[in-house]
Ligand binder design. Structure first.
Ligand SMILES: [Zn+2]
Length: 194
């Protein structure tokens, strides 16, 4: 696993395998993770956190950019955390618009999140939640103004690399408006999901 410090109190964890999303630790308020990668890499993630001085028990919040299996990891490892996603993403998961597709690959997000309480993600002074439907209907991006960091999940990888919008729970018709919304944020570092 590659660990990169991208700002004071902010680290990026990248698995060498592309099958797991990036994980970001943002400790500007309470220790917060943005996405958890894929479940099969959860032990490497725990080791990575330790390397920068945190245990899984230190994590107080996890914000999911969306609920694809390669982003939701193993939430049960984080005993003291609250979990957040957009309401639309939570509803789509309940209606199994996400799960049914990934179940085909034996990686059903509904099963991975069983017993985990998901709360609707809301903006606060530190984290601005931006609704950016497209890659999934309930995808969100997160803006951390004081560091000028934009966390984009699978919505945007760089200015010319766009996310997929052809998955069962994608919202292709709403994607262009989401990209326009993101263009307003003058970020210093783009923090994508892969
Ligand atoms: Zn995704």
């Amino acid at each position: 696993m590659k660990i990169e410090k991208i700002a004071r109190g902010v680290w990026k964890f990248t698995e060498w395998s592309g099958l797991s999303s990036n994980v970001y630790l943002v400790d500007i308020d309470v220790p917060t993770l943005i996405d958890l990668g894929a479940k099969e890499f959860s032990r490497t993630l725990a080791r990575g956190l330790k390397e920068v001085g945190y245990t899984t028990a230190d994590i107080k919040k996890v914000i999911f950019t969306h609920l694809h299996f390669d982003h939701i990891g193993d939430p049960s490892m984080f005993k003291n955390a609250e979990f957040f996603a957009s309401q639309r993403e939570i509803d789509d998961l309940k209606n199994d618009r996400i799960g049914s597709f990934f179940a085909l690959f034996g990686t059903n997000p509904s099963a991975l999140l069983k017993g985990i309480e998901l709360k609707p993600a809301k903006s606060n002074s530190r984290f601005t939640i931006i609704d950016t439907p497209g890659h999934t209907g309930g995808s969100i991006c997160i803006w951390v103004r004081e560091k000028r960091l934009l966390f984009t999940g699978d919505t945007l990888f760089s200015n010319n690399i766009l996310g997929r919008t052809d998955l069962p729970n994608s919202a292709p018709n709403e994607y262009e408006d989401s990209l326009k919304k993101l263009a307003r944020f003058k970020y210093k570092v783009l923090c994508p999901g892969h």
